[in-house]
Design a protein around this ligand. Structure first.
Ligand SMILES: CCCCCCC/C=C/C(=O)SCCNC(=O)CCNC(=O)[C@H](O)C(C)(C)COP(=O)(O)OP(=O)(O)OC[C@H]1O[C@@H](n2cnc3c(N)ncnc32)[C@H](O)[C@@H]1OP(=O)(O)O
Length: 292
């Protein structure tokens, strides 16, 4: 049996009708939305912003391998789509994602996860060139917190709950949690959170620098899309260069990072957009970006 729903969308968005079938396969009825059928996610475009909604509500968006393969597929499609300049990943009001799917992992042996490189596909998100914004409401636990931290910017609803509770399952974070959390909040806080497995609030996450903005629950997605649209309105080669350079800060020494940044800065002088941006400033007019 088919049920239909119209998502409330922000200003300037395309209206997309989502048909949810009894086996939870979503189809999109307007042009501009992806034609690919997914089972565990929904995808839409809002102008130049691609939106991925995790959609396993009964399991609090637990990250099964299947769901994550779909996320990777959608991310790669948006990254290759010249009509898309920024990507937003969200869940629902109850959960962004309550972690990796414990029911899927429960029976897996060491030999199996090792031989099949169980989390091998997790790193694909790090190769996406376009900015990714996480719009987090509800639980962002374990792999859900790691997914949010793999995004470039996190906006959180005031009731969002973050945490790395893996220690309570007899394991440790496995998708970058021990590495990204310590870089975001420092060693002492990261140790406290990961060794105790205790959750923390959106307000704490903002205070510690993990989250860039805390918003009312019903405003998080709209604001994330609005930020994506703001970014999409700028020169895209510069946006991608800025993202690449900021991410290098996690891997290079300060000296190497500044050297890398300088080279990228010089390279942007080859762009028409550099000439346009500077000329527009001097002539006191709005720039017209061509992304060239
Ligand atoms: C493929 C990429 C994966 C990369 C992973 C990298 C390594 C990551 C490891 C992890 O993430 S381990 C998991 C960490 N997360 C948790 O430990 C949280 C588990 N969930 C909870 O503690 C609770 O569900 C909650 C979030 C505190 C909410 O509690 P509440 O009482 O409100 O709801 P529940 O009845 O517990 O849940 C509703 C429904 O959802 C199912 N569910 C919730 N979380 C998961 C999960 N992580 N995996 C599988 N299923 C989950 C839960 O079982 C319920 O379903 P039913 O049992 O009623 O069918």
């Amino acid at each position: 049996m088919f049920t239909s729903l119209i998502r409330p969308l922000s200003r300037g968005s395309q209206i997309t009708k989502v048909l949810v079938t009894s086996n939870n396969v979503a189809k999109f009825s307007t042009s501009g939305a992806l034609q690919k059928d997914y089972q565990d996610i929904l995808t839409e475009s809002h102008g130049k912003v691609g939106l991925i909604t995790l959609n396993r509500p009964k399991a609090l968006n637990a990250l099964s391998s299947h769901l994550f393969h779909e996320v990777n597929n959608a991310l790669e499609k948006f990254d290759d789509d010249t009509n898309i300049s920024a990507i937003v990943i969200t869940g629902n009001e109850r959960a962004f994602a309550a972690g990796a799917d414990i029911k899927e992992m429960m029976e897996k042996s060491f030999a199996e996860v090792y031989k099949t490189s169980f989390l091998g596909h997790w790193g694909k998100i790090n190769d996406i060139r376009k900015p990714i914004i996480a719009a987090v409401n509800g639980f962002a636990l374990g792999g859900g917190c790691e997914l949010a931290m793999s995004c470039d910017i996190i906006y959180a609803g005031e009731k969002a709950v973050f945490g790395q509770p893996e220690i309570k399952l007899g394991v440790i974070p496995g998708a970058g949690g021990t590495q990204r959390l310590v870089r975001a909040v420092g060693k002492s806080k990261a140790m406290e959170i990961i060794l105790s497995g205790r959750n923390f609030s959106a307000q704490e996450a903002e205070r510690w620098g993990l989250v860039s903005k805390v918003l009312p629950v019903d405003k998080v997605l709209d604001e994330a899309i609005r930020l994506g649209q703001e970014i999409a309105g700028l020169s895209q080669p510069s946006i991608q260069a800025a993202k690449e350079s900021i991410n290098r800060a996690f891997e290079l020494s300060l000296r190497e990072g500044c050297h890398f940044e300088r080279k990228l800065f010089y390279s942007l002088f080859a762009l028409k957009d550099k000439k346009e941006g500077m000329e527009a400033f001097v002539k006191k007019r709005e720039p017209k970006w061509t992304d060239e």
